[in-house]
Design a protein around this ligand. Structure first.
Ligand code: IFM
Length: 444
């Protein structure tokens, strides 16, 4: 045991998402991910979310497992298509079950599974989707709001906007830079409207996947490449969320793609709702340089594609840092998490922070020392950020269970609990035992 002691009351949880674990696709309408999975060549092995980790059937067992591991919190997402199909009762029961085991629920309203009918009507590039999301949020709050205190509106809106509508490696697989920027704005708007619709007793946040962007060299050109990616990855969200305005350099950089006329008067103020915490999802940093020929490599960790997820940034190249990587090919560098936590501590003084996702994919083995090493390194960095004044209140490990890893299907395993997809038997890995001990003792 070292002196890595975390504050009293620090939340120790895990995170999952509906489409990635639930299965039960017959009892809800289709989402954009069902359609994407059914499109040949989009998802590894033609895998689907039809059964996933069968959590819709095995949820009581999964909650019992969390309780046995002594985990104090659980972040899960509500499936919008399931709610539209009248299935909100599932989440109602899940919340009761969690509370009966003393586990704090943290509800994510949107983790990428847009109802297909809303995509058919225009999807996130269409303003109407934000209004639809606000009424869905109010509907969920009406049922769960008396017991759920912690809410994240959206999970990683960068992925929804740019992987979904620019590079097309995520559902719905569109490849329009202009639409991706419209989508980003309407996701921001959806956050603001939903936050305003949640009960006053709620603690409301958003889970971003901010990028720890680093210039490859100290040159002015590389610094400018980093600034450009910082605008597209981070400030496009934190600008309106934390400061009530889009950053002028973002608008200038993307002027050839869009005139931003879809931002209506009052929108930025609406997005700028009081936040009770900021959720930070972190896996790996990004290293960038200028690519003056406009044709830089795109080793940005977001899937190979002919289309870039970065609108108007084809003069930026992404580089794979040296050193160890996880099974996703993502380089392991916890200092990016430290930098982000300290950045938000400076940028939004007093705003509590939650690490809403962090974890690693490794081989299926139940003995997983590499995952433990990854977790230890990242938790040590959080400990350092706490010591340096970052108001971090909790940690949600991604993920409780092996699950559907989007375009990688079931080929990547992030769980601290192994899932045998043939039998649906759950087996806690060594990392689950390690994490259970940390949750129990508050130190490692
Ligand atoms: O599995 C995803 C999750 O859905 C969103 N954040 C990153 C995880 C690992 O890629």
């Amino acid at each position: 045991m070292t002196d890595m002691r975390f504050p009293e009351g620090f939340l120790w949880g895990t995170a999952t998402a509906a489409f990635q674990i639930e299965g039960g696709s017959a009892s809800r309408g289709p989402s954009i991910w069902d359609t994407f999975c059914a499109t040949p060549g989009k998802v590894y092995g033609g895998h689907t979310g039809d059964v996933a980790a069968d959590h819709l059937r095995l949820w009581r067992e999964d909650v019992r497992l969390m309780a046995e591991l002594g985990l104090g919190a659980y972040r899960f997402s509500v499936s919008w298509p399931r709610v539209l199909a009248g299935g909100i009762g599932f989440y109602d029961q899940l919340v009761d079950e969690l509370l009966s085991h003393g586990i704090t629920p943290c509800v994510t309203l949107y983790h990428w599974d847009l109802p297909q009918e809303l995509e058919a009507a225009g999807g996130w590039p269409d303003r109407e989707t934000a209004y639809a999301f606000a009424s869905y949020a109010a509907q969920v709050a009406e049922v769960l709001g008396d017991r759920v205190e912690l809410w994240t509106t959206l999970n990683e809106p960068w992925c929804s906007a740019f992987l979904g509508y620019a590079s097309g490696v995520h559902a719905p697989g569109r490849t329009s830079p202009a639409d991706s920027l419209r989508a980003a704005h309407h996701l921001n708007l959806a956050h603001g409207m939903a936050a305003a619709a949640l009960p006053a007793r709620s603690r409301v946040g958003i889970a971003l996947n901010p990028s720890a962007v680093r210039p490859l060299t100290p040159s002015a050109a590389d610094a400018d490449a980093a600034r450009r990616i910082d605008a597209l990855a981070n400030r496009i969200f934190t600008g309106p969320l934390l400061h009530g305005a889009y950053p002028p350099d973002l608008l200038a950089d993307t002027a050839a793609v869009t005139d931003w006329s879809f931002v209506r008067p009052g929108d930025e103020a609406l997005i700028h709702q009081p936040l009770d915490f900021l959720g930070v999802n972190y896996y790996t940093p990004a290293v960038v340089s200028a690519a003056p020929d406009g044709n830089g490599p795109r080793a940005d960790g977001h899937g190979g594609t002919a289309h870039s997820p970065w609108p108007a940034a084809d003069t930026v190249a992404f580089h794979q840092p040296p050193g160890e990587r996880t099974d996703m090919g993502w380089s392991i560098d916890p200092s990016g998490l430290y930098d982000l936590l300290m950045r938000f501590t400076r940028e939004a003084p007093g705003l509590p922070l939650l690490v809403t996702e962090n974890g690693a994919a490794y081989a299926p083995d139940v003995h997983d020392p590499l995952r433990i090493a990854y977790l230890e390194a990242h938790l040590a960095t959080i400990h350092r950020a706490l010591a340096d004044g970052a108001p971090v209140e909790g940690y949600f490990l991604w993920s409780l269970l092996d699950n559907f890893e989007w375009s990688y299907g079931y080929s990547k395993r992030f769980g601290i609990v192994h899932v045998d997809y043939e039998t649906q038997v759950r087996t806690p890995r060594s990392s689950a035992r390690w994490y259970a001990r940390l949750a129990r003792e508050g130190a490692f």
